[in-house]
Design a protein around this ligand. Sequence first.
Ligand code: I3S
Length: 128
Amino acid sequence: ESHSAGESSEPSEKCGLLNVTKITEHGKKVRKNWTSSWTVLQGSTLLFAKGQGGGTSWFGGAQSKPEFTVDLRGGSVEWASKDKSSKKHVVEVKTRQGTELLIQSDNDGVVSDWYRALQDTISTHAWE
Ligand code: I3S
């Protein structure tokens, strides 16, 4: 049995390697620092772990510790405007807590999938 993420009532789970930077923290602009991060969407939480070393070392090792998590409930997601980044395929995530992130991959399909998954998550948890 399989559902598309939008129709399923199952908690969403998705993971992959993305380029990520914070641009705002607690409503204040911060300096960009693009980092390759192993990214996990689990329920309404988005987790990032530094993706260094390659291979499978993110799992089971010290590097599997989440560096940073955001709560997507009450947040928003949109394709980033050109002035946010010169990179291609950039999605902007805003949280209710005043954090803004950019996530990016050179693979447009990868980013489109994340865009959909994040939107689904935000609408699924809209009333929490
Ligand atoms: O939005 P910005 O300030 O043009 O972002 C660029 C800078 O953060 C730059 O680093 P410096 O802090 O050394 O200027 C980064 O290397 C660039 O990647 C940032 O721009 P893009 O367009 O790649 O998001």
